[in-house]
Design a protein around this ligand. Sequence first.
Ligand SMILES: O=C(O)CCC(=O)C(=O)O
Ligand SMILES: [Fe+2]
Length: 350
Amino acid sequence: MTAPLPILDLGRFNAGGVARDGFLADLRAAVREVGFFYLSGHGVPDGLAQAAWAEAHRFFDLPPAAKDAIAMVNSPHFRGYTRAGAERTRGQPDWREQLDIGTERAALAVRPGAPAWTRLPGPNQWPAAQPALRDALLAWQEAATTIAIRLLRAFALALGQAADAFDPIVAETPNQHLKIIRYPGRASGDAAGPDGRGQGVGAHKDSGLLTLLLQDDQGGLQVETAAGWVDAAPIPGTFVVNAGELLELATDGYIRATVHRVVAPPAGARRTSIAFFLGARLDARVPLLALPPALKAEARGLTSDPLNPLFHDIGANYMKGRLRSHPDVARRHYADLPEVAALPAVGEYS
Ligand SMILES: O=C(O)CCC(=O)C(=O)O
Ligand SMILES: [Fe+2]
């Protein structure tokens, strides 16, 4: 299906006046109805994305041993490389390799009895053979963070809030999470997947506030809408933006954290993406916004999922997701937590 997803131009927001009002009205409709849109006019210099792409491709082309040398299982901070085949979404195997990074910082000094999430901040792992990867990805992460925080201000205004309504939960130490991802080609029938094609990543919602995605020209990202699954076909110069579960929680379901998936490329092809997830500070709680009456009347309430309960306590919510996605890391570094014993052998993504 062709893409009916809206395209929003951030230049209209930056321009102010009636252009801004029009942007906010379109944004409000987009986040309530679809929860996914393309962002153009974001003003991020092209060179930053080009550098991130070039280094991402170089990384995935490293020999397997060089990538395994920075395996995520080495890191109590859930940073590093994960081979294809180590994740499942709702029981079905995903097929993608990825490198996870986050804010580059020293680990916190953790007091005994402190919440488990205080062990999450810490250094990234970088491949010794590719020193340029670090600068390119950290620069991209900073640029994406700036745009995501500007968008959050637009979300707040679009919902009748003060522009800074979300500022306290992203101030100074927002939870930055960047993944470069490669989906190898998969012969159809390889594994049960959508439309008889293989599953790249199964249907899920993102858990943070906002996701900003760069994708190459292969395609495969699909979004669940009232009209069924639609393709988020690549549009050069744009990001794909979607809201995560924290915004659904903060708005009592006015904003939709939309289900999406990636269909694996055919055998012989491959797909690469760069996904930035803006999360809230781990020490914060998700606020419940007081929506103006006209918007409150349209809020749908939360779509509760017994397999994936949501916590307003952000650190606990994020920790739960990391433990489920990467049970090997959980067992190596978090075996003291009671919930770790119950984890399945392979990561459950969503
Ligand atoms: O690779 C993509 O296009 C999307 C990836 C995704 O949905 C995720 O990692 O949460
Ligand atoms: Fe996602």
